[in-house]
Ligand binder design. Structure first.
Ligand code: X90
Length: 275
C-alpha cells in the first residue's frame, strides 16, 4: 500500500520527510510570460518581474496536472487552496473522479482547505503524521476534515493591488488598495478573506493578530508563519507569540510564488491551531 500527499503550490510546502509528497504548481503570468510555481522559481526574481510587469494574473492547476501527480499510488490525499477564491479544488475533484474511473482500486480524498498558505501547510503536516502512524484511509479522512476546521489563517498585507485587480476581494475592501500606507489584517472565514483591522505599524498589526489567536482559541499548539521577503516582521511576530505562549511550536517559512503574488512584498501569513 503506497500513500501520497499532494497539495497545490498555495501551501508553500516543497517537501515532507515521512510520506511521499508533491506540489502541483499554480501559474503566474506576467505580460504573457508564464511562471510555474515550482522549486525552480526564484521569489526575488518573481517580485522584481511583478514590479516591472503591466498585465499579471494567476491560474490554477489543470485537471491533467492533478492526474499526473496521482499516478502510481494506492491512497492519495490532495489539499487545495480555498475553493471560494480559486478553481484548484474543482480541478482536483474532477481529476480524482476521472482517475478513479480508470483506476477503481485507487482511493483519493480531496480536501478544500478553505484557506491558503501556512494553514494548508498545517493540514499537510497533520496528514503526514496520520499517514505515518498507520491509521486507515477512512479514519484519516474523518480526522483531517475535523482538523481542517481547526487550522486557522490570519494575514497582514501591505499592498492589496493584486488581490483587487484579480477580483479576489470585495469592492469595498478593494478600495483600500488605493490607500497603500495602510496594512490590512484579515482572516480566512468560510473560505473567504475577511478584514479585521487596518493598523498603521507593525506593533499594532501584531497586537491584532494576537487578539485573533486568542479569540479563535489558540492555546499553544503549532504555528507556521509565512512571509514575503519580510523575515524581520516574521521574527517579531514569532517573539510576540512565544512571549504569551511559551510552549508554542513556531516555524517560519517564505511564501512561494502564488502566495508571493497575492500577499505581495512585506506580507505576512499566520497559520495556527485553533478550535
Ligand atoms: O486560481 C488562482 O488563480 C489562484 C487564486 C488565489 C487567490 C487568493 C490567494 C490568496 C493568497 C493572500 C492572503 C490570504 C487570503 C486568504 C483568504 C482565504 C494569500
Amino acid at each position: 500500500m503506497t500513500t501520497k500527499i499532494i497539495s497545490d503550490s498555495a501551501s508553500n510546502v516543497l517537501s515532507l520527510d515521512k510520506v511521499a509528497f508533491e506540489t502541483v504548481p499554480l501559474t503566474i503570468s506576467i505580460d504573457g510570460q508564464d511562471f510555474k510555481d515550482d522549486t525552480s522559481l526564484s521569489i526575488e526574481t518573481l517580485v522584481d518581474k511583478l514590479h516591472q510587469g503591466e498585465k499579471t494574473s494567476t491560474a490554477c492547476p489543470s485537471i491533467a496536472a492533478w492526474q499526473e501527480a496521482f499516478a502510481g499510488y494506492d491512497e492519495i490525499f490532495a489539499v487545495t487552496i480555498t475553493s471560494k477564491l480559486s478553481g484548484s479544488y474543482s480541478s482536483a475533484v474532477q481529476a480524482a473522479q476521472l482517475y478513479m474511473e480508470d483506476h477503481p482500486e485507487v482511493k483519493i480524498h480531496v480536501i478544500d482547505s478553505k484557506s491558503a498558505g501556512p494553514s494548508i501547510a498545517l493540514i499537510i503536516e497533520h496528514l503526514e503524521d496520520l499517514v505515518a502512524s498507520g491509521m486507515p484511509f477512512e479514519a484519516i479522512v474523518t480526522e483531517i476534515e475535523a482538523y481542517t476546521n481547526k487550522a486557522k489563517l490570519s494575514f497582514a498585507l501591505e499592498n492589496l493591488e493584486n488581490l483587487a485587480k484579480n477580483g479576489r476581494i470585495k469592492p469595498a475592501v478593494a478600495k483600500l488598495a488605493t490607500m497603500l500606507k495602510i496594512r490590512l489584517v484579515g482572516i480566512a472565514q468560510d473560505g473567504e478573506l475577511t478584514p479585521i483591522g487596518k493598523p498603521r505599524g507593525l506593533k499594532k498589526t501584531v497586537a491584532i493578530m494576537l487578539k485573533d489567536m486568542e479569540e479563535r482559541n489558540y492555546t499553544g499548539g503549532k504555528v507556521i508563519i509565512a512571509h514575503t521577503l519580510n523575515e524581520t516582521a516574521a521574527n517579531v511576530l514569532k517573539a510576540s507569540i512565544i512571549n504569551i505562549y511559551p510552549k508554542a511550536q513556531i516555524k517560519i517559512t517564505q511564501t512561494r510564488g502564488l502566495c508571493t503574488y497575492y500577499a505581495q512584498k512585506g506580507g505576512l501569513m499566520l497559520g495556527f491551531e485553533g478550535k
